[in-house]
Design a protein around this ligand. Structure first.
Ligand code: NAD
Length: 481
């Protein structure tokens, strides 16, 4: 396929891949082609990294923090002005319902507002030392940051990684996911429009094994930020090790919602359902396991099933509870889990409905509640990345903690109990990066540090913690004797 599409931005200039190759863009709601992006590779990545280096050592390095912050805030405002256009692009490209796309764009604007405000508040420290010495700790940007992100929340991921990196004074080369990156192309245009200098943000569209791998292998990249699957995360970390550069990995999850018998049922039910159907379950922090105390298991799953049965699935513009999943591959993957569960005798307790807008050719799956699922079953252990909720009974607090911690993942958890002491005991014992008590925050909270334990990754994004990742401490010792 040879289509002239300029979706690569290097040093402020839009261009296509050197050999003119392109990748088709397909709308998940219909399965129809809606455009194409350039298939960048090593040549474009290397040029983008060189441009980012020049910008880091030149214009961006010389831009005072206050000015960096102003530019980021300006971009946040411009994103808010273009919110409806961006939401339309995002919904069509990813299949997500319009209301979710609108939320995502609002969050993207908020990332730039938040980190724009933080840019000039990255203070250093002083350390008491020997008589006659003054010690200063200054936080410096790492340099050229390489960003590789997935398709589930393209616009938000742009905000999350780019705003933090730039606020801290880094320059960026971004390789978005080939399945969905149209909003990112538009966001990058807006960044140039508001005056973020050429070379500060460079965008290379293309395949992961080509452009992504070239970015991780480039020895002039100082820091890697990766969000995606644990498998690719391993490759990224190995490449980072080869070049001795640090990396932040935000990987998958199998996050539990733990429901005790003193739960406020009416408060819990809608949150538990929304945490698995949000973005059609394609959220790293989806609440994909519901652990229920055995004494209330039957009545609670029955109430949950009622709500799951009411979930409606349709095209992005029908704006229902759930859209399609991202691709035919993802659709087959989710259906594979459901078929194997059926073959293993796991009962379906609740199932959402397809709306008339869920046309043939689109990538639709029905949200499904299954249980009781054995804690060793793949539905209780592996990330489905679709709207599939596994119900698992537990006996007591210790049993709940053991099951909750009993996967390779450790991203977030929800605890549903009115018992304050128990809330705190669990919060401390769960090996996850975020704990919600009587609530759940799949994907939310720009201000809240976010990241995993175990195969959910390491390092933290969001909040001020992200700025620590994107900077490094330098110690300056002054002898004034
Ligand atoms: P993926 O790992 O296949 O792809 C993620 C990105 O990596 C894409 O841009 C892809 O092109 C790129 N990539 C693929 N192969 C590569 C390689 N060899 N070298 C460098 N880059 C490469 O993941 P996905 O299918 O796009 O996204 C789904 C996964 O992402 C899920 O496992 C989900 O849990 C995870 N995720 C995690 C978070 C988080 O914050 N923890 C957020 C969203 C998604």
């Amino acid at each position: 396929m040879t289509e002239s599409i300029k979706t690569i931005l290097i040093d402020g200039k839009w261009q296509e891949a050197r050999d003119g190759d392109a990748i088709e863009v397909v709308a998940p709601s219909t399965g129809q082609r809606i455009g194409a992006i350039s298939r960048g590779g090593k040549t474009e990545i290397d040029a983008a990294v060189a441009a980012a280096r020049r910008a880091f050592e030149g214009v961006w390095g010389q831009t005072p923090a206050v000015e960096r912050g102003r530019l980021l805030s300006k971009l946040g405002l411009r994103i808010a002005e273009c919110a409806e256009e961006l939401a339309q692009i995002e919904a069509r490209d990813t299949g997500k319902a319009m209301k979710l796309a609108r939320n995502d764009v609002a969050a993207t604007a908020r990332y730039f507002e938040y980190y724009g405000g933080a840019a000039d508040k990255l203070h250093g420290e002083t350390i008491p030392f020997l008589e006659g010495y003054q010690v200063l700790i200054v936080r410096e940007p790492r340099g050229v940051a390489g960003h590789i992100i997935p398709w589930n929340y393209p616009a938000q991921m742009f905000g999350r990684t780019i705003a933090a990196a730039l606020a801290a004074g880094n320059t960026a080369v971004l390789k978005p996911a080939e399945e969905a990156c149209l909003s990112i192309i538009r966001l990058t245009e807006l960044a140039i429009e508001v005056g973020i200098p050429a070379g500060v943000i460079n965008l290379v569209t293309g395949y992961g094994e080509e452009a992504g791998a070239a970015l991780t292998a480039n020895p002039d990249v100082d820091f890697l930020s990766f969000t995606g699957s644990p498998e690719v995360g391993t490759l990224v970390q190995k490449a980072a090790a080869d070049n001795h550069v640090p990396c932040v990995l935000e990987l998958g999850g199998k996050s539990p919602q733990i429901v005790f018998d003193d739960v406020d049922v009416e408060k819990a039910l809608p949150v538990i359902v929304s945490a698995i159907i949000q973005n059609t379950g394609q959220t790293c922090s989806a609440g994909s396991r519901v652990l229920i105390q055995r004494t209330i298991y039957e009545e609670f799953v029955a109430a949950l099933a009622k709500r799951v049965n009411a979930v409606r699935v349709g095209s992005h513009d029908a704006d229902l509870d759930c859209g399609p999943v991202i691709s035919a591959v993802q659709c087959d993957r989710v259906r594979g889990f459901l078929e194997r569960a059926q073959a293993d005798g796991v009962a379906v307790i609740g199932e959402g409905r397809l709306d008339a807008s869920a046309v043939d050719g689109g990538f639709y799956v029905k949200p499904t509640l299954l249980g009781p699922v054995d804690e060793s079953h793949e539905l209780a252990q592996d990330e489905v990345f679709g709207p599939v909720l596994a119900a698992i009974p537990f006996d007591d607090e210790n049993d709940a903690i053991r099951i909750a911690n009993g996967t390779h993942f450790g991203l977030i958890a929800g605890i549903w109990t009115e018992n304050g002491a128990r809330q705190m005991r669990l919060a401390k014992k769960l090996r996850v990066g975020q704990v919600y008590i009587n609530g759940y925050g799949a994907g939310g909270g720009i201000e809240l540090p976010f990241g995993g334990f175990k195969r959910s990754g390491h390092g933290r994004e969001k909040g001020f913690e992200a700025l620590k990742e994107y900077t490094v401490a330098k110690t300056i010792v002054i002898n004034h004797k």
